[in-house]
Design a binder for this molecule. Sequence first.
Ligand SMILES: NC(=O)c1ccc[n+]([C@@H]2O[C@H](COP(=O)([O-])OP(=O)(O)OC[C@H]3O[C@@H](n4cnc5c(N)ncnc54)[C@H](O)[C@@H]3O)[C@@H](O)[C@H]2O)c1
Length: 355
Amino acid sequence: MRILVTGGCGFIGSALVLHFVEDLGHEVLTLDALTYAANPISLAGLGDNPRHRLVEADICDAPAVRAAFAEFRPQAVMHLAAESHVDRSITDPGAFIRTNVIGTQVMLDAARGHYEGLIGPEREAFRFLHVSTDEVYGSLPPDGFFTEESRYDPRSPYSASKAASDHLARAWHETYGLPVLITNCSNNYGPRHFPEKLIPLMILNALEGKDLPVYGDGLNERDWIHVEDHARGLVAVLERGRLGQTYLLGGRSVRSNLAVVKGLCAAFDRLRPGHAPHERLITYVTDRPGHDRRYAIDPSKAEAEVGWVPTKVFEEALEETVRWYLDNEAWWRPIREGRYSGERLGLGSASAEAP
Ligand SMILES: NC(=O)c1ccc[n+]([C@@H]2O[C@H](COP(=O)([O-])OP(=O)(O)OC[C@H]3O[C@@H](n4cnc5c(N)ncnc54)[C@H](O)[C@@H]3O)[C@@H](O)[C@H]2O)c1
């Protein structure tokens, strides 16, 4: 298959591209604007593989997107390109509206133009899979779980922009008959994760013996899914999902942020005992404005309909992730010393003093 992947130089996109090209033998065109969050080294393992090509383009650039469709003639689109960090959305919401909302509309329009030119089996088989987040559903009460029927209730500029993009994708299906699928996924972890997000940030801080800043009381809960489980879930939905349907993908691993950070400390105590016990590095800092308390996914629909189950065991895969960062300094060192060195982001001007 020829598959166009947007955002393929990011965290989840790169895992998906590697899975498509290396494991499944598909042909992939990665379309990526190479923002601060991209790390093209993530795809360096593909070398000169003739089944992969990277086009540097912005999804808001309609002529460039249309040209990519015309030249590559994709049989499927996996749309992952997005501004993805909640804390950055608090300080710069405009970038999120632009890429996540306008960019998604440009992608949908270009896909529609392409789809309308297809005939026969190619038209029958074409798919547009829109990748989204469980954050569109807002915050759960203790012990609650999101399902595909949950009400949209986004609370951050990031989740509001992703909610808008979900609605656009659904509208292009209903209005124009574009063969759209939508997935909403919980928090991902694993290799090649930009070190502004909780797990890789804590890993690099622990490695350097720095403070491990936990927001608020640390009891906010997230449902963690390994990025490779997510990539396999996306492929399962692409292959077997029903058109116009939403599928929630989650790892059945709900943990508080504090439990995650303590798990990382335990892994570091075993693997790099230099700064042990690492738990003494934990500090509590001002909470994120509007911090949702709990996200958790009931992935039963995806499990039943597309035959996918998450396979990674959280604590084991967390330790594997720590090992990956220890073994791949060449991946993260240039980011840490250049684009982002770990400083606090997303404290609105009036919200609180810096930690
Ligand atoms: N990371 C998670 O835990 C998570 C969970 C659920 C859903 N998602 C969704 O999955 C997708 C991928 O997330 P991620 O964590 O890999 O993100 P990421 O920030 O690691 O990567 C995003 C990629 O998109 C590219 N990009 C950004 N703006 C672009 C633009 N205007 N044009 C073209 N490319 C652009 C970046 O260069 C980068 O390579 C996003 O849509 C996100 O909302 C992420």
